[in-house]
Each structure stands twice: as C-alpha cells, then as structure tokens.
Design a protein around this ligand. Structure first.
Ligand SMILES: Cc1cc2nc3c(=O)[nH]c(=O)nc-3n(C[C@H](O)[C@H](O)[C@H](O)COP(=O)(O)OP(=O)(O)OC[C@H]3O[C@@H](n4cnc5c(N)ncnc54)[C@H](O)[C@@H]3O)c2cc1C
Length: 440
C-alpha cells in the first residue's frame, strides 16, 4: 500500500519538500499531498519589485500545479491536527472540514507579521508580507498622491506625502527603498506634490539597520538611503499610530497617512493548534533532523519551526527563504529514508552562504561566501541570484522581460485598487451609481 505523505503549507519549505519527494520516492510508493491556502508559491525576495511596479504581480509567484507533477495539491486552510490519530484537519474552499490521514506529516506553514501592542497599529498600520499587502501598498501610495494633488493647504498635503516604515530588517529596508524609488520616478507627473516633495522615514528600535548583514554593509545601505533623502531613526520606537499621524519615542509626532509595519515575523498562529510542542518563540520544537520532538512521524521546517541553526549553536535558524528551501529538500530525503526509499536520516547542516539587499536604482549590498559587495555589482548579483532561483524557464524569462522593460521605460502610474473588487450588478441599475455607464 502506498504511504500517505502530507505537507502543510506550499511556500518555500513545502514546495521544495514536495519537489524533492517526487524524485526521492519511487513511483506509486507514496501519495504526496500538499495542502495550501493559495495555489502558488510567493517568491518573497521579489515582493518589493512587485510593490514598486518593476515586476508584474503574476511574475513573482510560482503556480504550484504547473511545477509539481506527482503531488496532489489540496487547496484549503489547515485548521488543526490530531497527531495521536495521524490526522490533519483542513477546511476546504467550500467550507467542508476534512480529516487528512498521514503516515508522515511535514509542517511548513510559514509566518505572519509580528505585531506589538502599539495603540492604533492594527487599525492603521499596513503589513508588507503578502502579495495583496504589497500591491495594496503600491495602490495606496498612488492614491494618496492623487489626493495630495487636490488638497489646497500645504500642511494638509504633507500627511499624504509622508511614508513611515517601521522595522529596518532587509524586508523593510528593501520595501521602503523600492517604493521610494518608484515614487521619485512618478512624482513629476503631479505638479503640486512635486513642488512640495515627499518625506520618507525608517524607524528602527535597534542601534543600526539590517542586523542580518555586516556593519560596514549596513552602513553603506544607510548612506545610500540617507543620500536619497530618507530619514533613518535608529534606537527609536513607535508609541502610537492614528489615521493621520505616528508618534515616536523621541517625542516627534509625524503627520502621515501611511505606516508600514515590517518589524519581524512570528510563526503562523495555526501552528499553535497542531498539538505539537512549541519553543518559547512559538516555533515548533524540532531536533536537528527537523523531526518534531516526541513524534516519529511529524516534521517541521521553515519560519514555523525552530530548526537548530548549524551556524549558531543554541539558536534557531533565521526565518529566511534560503534556509526554508534547504530544510525542505533535507526533510524530504529524511522522510524518504524513514519510509525505506534509501539514504539515512541526516541533520540539517546548511550555513548561510550570502545575503542580498536590493535597494533599487541599481544599488544593493551583498555578502556571498565572505565576500562583500556593494553598489552596482551587488545589485547585478542580487538580480542574477534571484533569477537563478526562480523555478521554471518561463518565469525566469518573464522576470528578464520585466526588468529590461523597466530599464528602458518609465513605470506605470495607474492606480488599480479596484481590480478584484467589481461593482455589484445592482449599481448599474437605477440605484446607487446612476452615472456609471451600463455594461454593454
Ligand atoms: C518582503 C520579504 C522579502 C524577503 N526577502 C527574502 C530574501 O531576499 N531572502 C530570503 O532568504 N528570505 C527572504 N524573505 C523571507 C522568506 O520569505 C521566508 O523566510 C520564507 O518564505 C519562509 O518559507 P516557509 O516555507 O517557512 O514559509 P512561506 O514561504 O511563507 O510558506 C508558507 C505557506 O503556507 C501557507 N499557509 C499559511 N497558513 C496556512 C493554512 N492555515 N493553511 C494552508 N496553508 C497555509 C501560506 O500561504 C504559504 O504558502 C523575505 C520575506 C519578506 C516578507
């Protein structure tokens, strides 16, 4: 009888686990089911490019059905698990609750933005972790630019033209840098806003930006951003956010309509409902082979799991795609080994090879195998690296086309927030929206 292998989560870890299992398990020896709430893998390193309009949103995702040939994709939301009965509880798209049986379960449910109890954050802050958040942010900044253009008073206009990012890890820094670059490109089309100018502020609680990279590279990135007029406030926290302002711990209240929260991640809340042991940080407690402690048939990887970091004794692996990918591959081989398909169960041994931080405008910082890069070479290296890692020739080609077009032509300024939100049919009748022309 074929084994049932279930993978929860179709991001970096889950996708690479499925792909490796397709190769590692002999044909018909196992049914591999990948449960995901979306039918694509979001290639997060390219999310800032999508937010800045350099890349088409569809070109920064990988459709799972196209890439996985022998894996059964089950679209639904993991709601919990009963490990003693070997069951994963999944709510399908039509709302039906299913109990999926597994012989081996791999949990790769990723993370969500880590929020803090800052008054007003949930109501007025935006995240920058999902595709919808990135595209909504792009639409929002364009929308605010349009409003600013129609506002009479300069002091009122300022709050529409001020953008505050909180958290200066690479995700926050890249997001801010790319969006600021985009807005600098398009603001000339808005005469009043362009005369007034924009204000961009990066707030960071620690003493420097990007703790993930060496201090001299972080200093280079900081200089580059300051050179663009971006204010960087280190050793500063946010105390309150309202619809029209943010108050900082240094006493300043900045008038703004946009606060983007990029201050770290925490495991997806559903991991707490799987009946598995958790560490203090809320990640699933696993050993160095990624097997959940106390369980012989459950494994956990990626941002959701505290996989011991081979590079830093006693620390969990950092929440990065490069770790999740390697953990996905290794865990698949370990599962195959347990099921008798060859090999041995081995520990996760990957140590970070490099880090890239793309700041747009042909500027980046990078560190690869101990060699530090900055400026244009780092930017070129970052793009080459991301393209090499994008699965599928078709998608690699699309990236290349998008990047080439953005080098040659200016960026699109259409605000398409209405996409995916069509008006109700009733509006075309004689009701709420009489001026809207009737559909042909
Ligand atoms: C803006 C940004 C830029 C980044 N840049 C880089 C970079 O340059 N380099 C790098 O190494 N890392 C980068 N990262 C970090 C990287 O994205 C994560 O570390 C990586 O995605 C973790 O992989 P994962 O498989 O654990 O989780 P994910 O890739 O997040 O996958 C989790 C999957 O589970 C699905 N899921 C969640 N909940 C459920 C549920 N209840 N039911 C079903 N499915 C569910 C999600 O939809 C998702 O598909 C970046 C992150 C962000 C936000």
């Amino acid at each position: 009888m074929a084994w049932d292998i279930v993978i929860a989560g179709g991001g970096f870890g889950g996708y690479y686990a499925a792909r490796t299992l397709e190769k590692a398990m002999p044909r018909h020896s196992a049914r591999v089911t990948l449960v995901s709430d979306v039918n694509f893998l979001l290639f997060t390193p390219l999310l800032p490019g999508a937010a800045a309009g350099t890349l088409e949103p569809r070109h920064v995702v990988v459709p799972l059905r196209e890439q996985l040939s022998r894996t059964d994709l089950w679209l639904g939301r993991v709601a919990g698990a009963e490990p003693d009965r070997n069951r994963l509880l999944v709510d399908s798209l039509d709302g039906t609750r299913h109990e999926l049986h597994y012989d081996q379960l791999i949990v790769a449910l990723g993370s969500v933005s880590r929020t803090l109890p800052v008054p007003g954050l949930v109501e007025h802050g935006s995240g920058f972790k999902t595709l919808s958040e990135a595209i909504a942010l792009r639409n929002r900044v364009l929308w605010l630019l349009e409003i600013a253009e129609t506002v009479g008073e300069a002091h009122e206009r300022a709050e529409y033209l001020t953008f505050v990012f909180v958290g200066a890890g690479y995700a926050g820094l890249e997001g801010l840098a790319e969006l600021q670059d985009f807005m600098s490109d398009v603001i000339d089309l808005y005469p009043r806003a362009s005369v007034q100018g924009m204000r961009w502020v990066l707030v960071e609680a620690k003493e420097r930006v990007m703790p993930e990279v060496a201090p001299d590279l972080a200093a280079f990135a900081e200089r580059e951003l300051r050179g663009r007029g971006i204010e960087i406030r280190t050793r500063t926290t946010v105390e309150q956010i309202t619809e029209r302002s943010v108050r900082l711990s240094d006493g300043e209240t900045i008038p703004t309509r946009t606060v983007v929260w990029t201050a770290g991640v925490r495991p997806h809340p559903v991991v707490a409902r799987l009946g598995l042991p958790l560490t203090d940080g809320g990640r699933i407690d696993v050993d160095e082979t990624m097997r959940v402690r106390g369980r012989h048939d459950v494994w956990a990887i990626g941002d959701a799991a505290a996989v011991p970091d081979p590079a830093r004794k006693g620390q969990p692996s950092p929440p990065t795609a490069q770790h999740a990918i390697r953990q996905g591959r290794r865990v698949a081989r370990n599962v195959a080994a347990v099921l008798g398909a060859g090999g041995r169960v081995r520990p996760f041994t990957y140590k970070t090879l490099g880090v890239f931080v793309d700041m747009g405008r042909h500027q980046a910082v990078a560190c690869t195998m101990g060699i530090k890069w900055r400026g244009f070479p780092a930017w070129f290296l970052a793009r080459t690296y991301h393209m090499a890692n994008m699965p599928g020739t078709k998608r690699k080609a699309r990236l290349l086309v998008d990047w080439t077009v953005s080098l040659l032509f200016s960026r699109d300024t259409s605000e398409l927030g209405q996409l995916g939100h069509p008006p109700e049919l009733e509006q075309y009748g004689g009701g709420a929206n009489r001026d809207t022309p009737a559909a042909p």
